[in-house]
Design a binder for this molecule. Structure first.
Ligand code: SF4
Length: 325
């Protein structure tokens, strides 16, 4: 089965203002990322804050224009389309944002917020818009009697339900969930995650699920991609990644997870130092400045891909990957 979304060698470089000598400074936020997302699948994307996860997601949706690479949706390169030709694809690819309060217009009622995408995409019939708004509100567990209220009159969990309803009202096939539960109370998180799982099953949705909380990613993902400083370093099926992490960075992330069993020893693996500045990423393997297993070659050559099996790929010299990236 061909993937619904295929990202090929995607790059995004931001040009900052010049330094005192007039030189332009650039940040490689996304550096040659390739991944696939299949219909009905959730691909979890994890990594430290600032590693480029959200920029990657925005590039895939063309909310930010990438510097290079391709994004194929059902085999069609959507980056090569004019904005006018891309418009029909926009409704098929939506986003749920991290902060539900900041992403909702406080001056509009929930009804107005939910009908706005329909108006933008040409639905002129008020009765149809009202039916669709009420149907999606019910689908995500919102009381339709409260649709004339304003966002500040709802709790955090209800606001995220509004955000999910707004993303789904155009009946998309692909949804980027950018840390959708990290701003919520722990007690509400499970409700929203279960809602996302139910919606995926009933609507055959595909998710790119961004999070830095690995336990959340483990709960919802079929496969997981680990990102470090603008690059993917490992991709594997979810349970395989947690059972057999290969990349030293993945192992460090997993080692930071607390073990909920006092009889089992919990050995933390601390990484040295802070993540390097993306203004001056390290040569060779970008993780070599913090890697406890670095070798001489690591600072010189970027590691290639090593396929443990067709679904588990890691970029690390420990495994002698051959395909240069
Ligand atoms: Fe560590 Fe070298 Fe592997 Fe990079 S390539 S993760 S520095 S062992």
């Amino acid at each position: 089965m061909p993937p619904l979304v295929e990202v090929v060698d995607l790059r995004k470089q931001f040009v900052l203002s010049g330094n005192r000598w007039g030189e332009k400074l650039t940040v490689d936020a996304v550096s040659g990322v390739s991944l696939t997302i299949f219909q009905g699948e959730t691909l979890g994307l994890v990594g430290e804050t600032g590693c480029g996860k959200s920029t990657l997601a925005r590039c895939i949706l063309r909310l930010v224009e990438p510097t290079g690479g391709r994004v194929l949706f059902e085999g069609k390169d959507i980056l090569s389309l004019s904005l006018r030709d891309f418009h029909p694809y926009r409704r098929r690819m939506q986003m749920v944002f991290q902060d539900p309060f900041a992403s909702l217009n406080p001056r509009k009622t929930v009804f107005a917020i939910l009908e706005e995408p329909l108006i933008i995409h040409g639905e002129r019939n008020l009765r149809i818009r009202r039916e669709k708004v009420e149907a999606i509100a019910e689908r995500v567990g919102l009381d339709v009697r409260l649709l004339r209220n304003y966002p500040h009159e709802f709790s955090g969990g209800q606001r995220q339900r509004i955000g999910i309803a707004r993303a789904l009202i155009l009946e998309p096939e692909f949804v980027v969930c950018d840390e959708p539960v990290s701003a919520l109370d722990v007690s509400i998180r499970a409700q929203i995650l279960n809602l996302l799982c139910d919606l995926q099953e009933s609507l055959r949705l595909s998710y790119l699920f961004i999070a830095h909380d690995l336990s959340v990613v483990r709960y919802i993902s079929h496969r997981v991609a680990v990102m470090y400083l603008g690059k993917i370093v490992e991709i594997a099926p979810c349970e395989e990644l947690f059972a057999n992490p290969l990349h030293p960075y993945t192992r460090a992330l997993l080692a930071a997870l607390p073990v909920p069993d006092p009889s089992r020893p919990w050995k933390r693996m601390l990484l040295e130092g802070d993540p390097p500045s993306p203004l001056r990423p390290p040569s060779g393997c970008r993780f070599h400045t913090r890697c406890p297993e670095r070798m001489d070659i690591c600072a010189v050559y970027p590691p290639g891909a090593f396929f443990l099996n067709p679904e588990h790929v890691v970029f690390c010299h420990l495994y002698g990957g051959w395909e240069m990236v």
